[in-house]
Design a protein around this ligand. Structure first.
Ligand SMILES: [Zn+2]
Length: 586
């Protein structure tokens, strides 16, 4: 097999054609043929035809589209988008597109769409609107004494099995029913996206990697990677692809989404809503993707079979984030590579426990076991406050639980040296250390207060504490990141203190401006993504490199060496790959 074909096979491009595209844009055979040619031109190999999007399936149009696309060598699967429509299902009582899932009309119409889809195709990919916030009288009665979050999760797990998966399998025993999760992982549990039963009952999972323009939706590019990896920690090999769109995008963001999806390990990328305008020659986003595709494929080839490495950040299934929503993204954007996990591995060398982890009733016991083994652990302010366990406070060298504050700071002190951040950074907790050493402080309205402490234990364990602030969901609830993750702007010298300590157990060193992220993989292969509009000078070291030559593999950027560290300049909004000699074959 040639290198070229092995590279092409490492990453497949598909497209999800929302219902409406076939009826509106490609309504007759000639238009369909044009559509198929446009899809082929942008290297799409497979399409998923959406049979329902608030509409009843049009079997004739779907069959025609399927057959024409097949003529052009496209593989064709089916899809289904459960949303309200004028004559479809029963709307949720809220303002969003969602359905009410205690409604007989919803059950009847979604089930019919699933049956039709399975008769036409061997795949039923359920788009990420299978969520609800309905508070109608019937839902209220069905909820009983449960919280809305628990009720929605149970309701949708049962609904999906009974009205989508089972009917689809009845119609077509070969069918694979796929759930596509949205990207807003810290809000899943609020709206019925549960991660216990769905990953068991669905055949495969797809992951939303649509981070879009951060100015509109406050989503750090790292979220695409983190969401994918957290779902892999739950569903493993069942996770088969990432999915993003061109909504609220410009070419740099669009490509960033593609890179994050490949860095996360997706063997397939689905492009959402590739309308004729978007597929047209000269469209800035699609042309950017076409130009970058050989590099994306080469990246996928190199990373195939290599697991991303990082600091384990523990988020149990369904756990609430408190004021640390999107903690994975905050850490990632601070240049701390994370391995998001729904489990807490006993042998982890380095772990971050945030508010999420406090949802685990046995977390104190597990933390003690990690510390006895000499692990490095960072406990967030929110974790210390919510857990409140005296033994945990003692392990962290805290004299008392953190104190609630409301401060926005830009003056800091890192190991006694004064420094500033580019913008004010929020704090909701001030640490109250006892035996722990204070590594960094912030100046707030109420004076200087500790924001990073370290407690070294006889086992060799290092217990850090830091009041990291993420986002906080309030009422009315937002869907994606509810507020900017300003904490990622923390003064660089403070970031460097915590980064050095968390990366040391992994044998890695990284120095870079904020919002430049690191992605280490097996064998010492390592990617760096610059999310900023400025060139970033970065320094990386990895114990596995030894004396080996290290090259930048995707763009041929110059790599200099000083004191065992490799220095490279990363262009704005660009991802690079550092490759130690001997790892090139992937
Ligand atoms: Zn309802």
């Amino acid at each position: 097999m040639s290198l070229q074909s092995s590279t092409n096979r490492a990453l497949r491009i598909s497209a999800f054609l929302a219902d409406g595209m076939v009826s509106r844009h490609w309504a007759d055979e000639e238009a369909l043929r044009e559509g198929a040619r446009a899809l082929r031109r942008v290297c799409v190999e497979k399409v998923y035809l959406d049979v329902s999007r608030g509409t009843h399936p049009n079997v004739e149009a779907l069959t025609r589209a399927r057959d024409v696309f097949r003529e052009f060598g496209l593989e064709v699967g089916g899809g289904l988008t459960p949303v309200q429509g004028r004559e479809f299902g029963e709307a949720s009582s809220s303002k969003w597109w969602w359905l009410c899932y205690t409604s007989a009309a919803t059950a009847r119409d979604v089930e019919n769409a699933a049956r039709v889809c399975a008769r036409l195709f061997d795949e039923v990919l359920v788009d990420d609107l299978m969520a609800t916030d309905c508070r109608c009288a019937r839902c209220e009665a069905a909820k009983g004494g449960l919280g809305w979050d628990v009720f929605y999760q149970r309701l949708l797990a049962e609904f999906a099995s009974k009205h989508i998966i089972e009917p689809a399998r009845e119609e077509n025993p070969r069918v694979r029913v796929i759930i596509k999760y949205p990207q807003w992982y810290d809000g899943f549990h609020l709206y019925g996206y549960e991660v216990e039963e769905h990953p068991r009952s669905f055949d495969l999972l797809w992951v939303g990697t649509e981070t879009r323009d951060i100015e509109y939706e406050y989503v750090e590019p790292y979220q695409a990677f983190a969401n994918y990896r957290w779902l892999v920690s739950i569903a493993g090999e069942k996770v088969r692809g990432g999915w993003f769109d061109q909504i609220e995008c410009y070419p740099e963001v669009y490509l960033e989404q593609a890179y994050q999806t490949v860095l996360a390990g997706a063997p397939e990328i689905a492009l959402f809503v590739p309308t004729p305008d978007y597929l047209a020659r000269g469209n800035a986003m699609i042309e950017a993707l076409r130009e970058e595709l050989p590099r994306l494929r080469e990246l996928a080839r190199v990373l195939r079979g290599r697991t991303p490495e990082g600091v384990v950040v523990y988020k149990p299934r369904g756990s609430d984030p408190g004021d640390e929503a999107y903690l994975f993204d905050v850490l990632g954007a601070m240049g701390i590579p994370v391995a998001p996990s729904a489990e807490l591995p006993e042998d982890a060398a380095c772990v971050v426990l945030g508010v999420h982890a406090a949802a685990d009733a046995s977390v104190v016991k597990r933390l003690k076991a990690l510390v006895e083994r000499g692990a490095t652990v960072l406990l967030t302010g929110g974790f210390l406050a919510r857990c409140g366990d005296p033994e945990v406070l003692s392990l962290a060298g805290q004299g008392a639980p953190p104190e609630r504050v409301s401060e926005w700071c830009f003056r800091f002190e890192a190991e006694g040296n004064k420094c500033r951040s580019a913008t004010k950074v929020p704090f909701r907790w001030a640490l109250r250390p006892g035996a722990a050493k204070v590594l960094a402080r912030a100046q707030g309205e109420g004076g200087w207060f500790p924001i990073l402490t370290e407690n070294l234990l006889p086992s060799g364990a290092r217990v850090l504490a830091m009041p990291i602030r993420g986002a906080e969901y309030g009422e009315p609830l937002a869907l994606v990141v509810p507020e900017p993750l300003t904490f990622v702007q923390l003064a660089r010298p403070v970031v460097q203190l915590v980064r050095d300590r968390l990366l040391a157990p992994l044998g890695i060193g990284f120095s870079a401006p904020n919002r430049v992220a690191l992605y280490p993989y097996g064998g010492g292969v390592c990617a760096v993504a610059n999310y900023t509009w400025r060139e970033a000078k970065v320094e990386v070291e990895d114990a596995r490199w030894g004396g080996r030559e290290v090259r930048e593999w995707l763009r041929g950027a110059a790599v200099a060496e000083a004191d065992g560290k490799r220095q490279v300049v990363v262009s704005p909004r660009t991802t690079i790959l550092l490759m130690p000699k001997g790892e090139e074959s992937g």
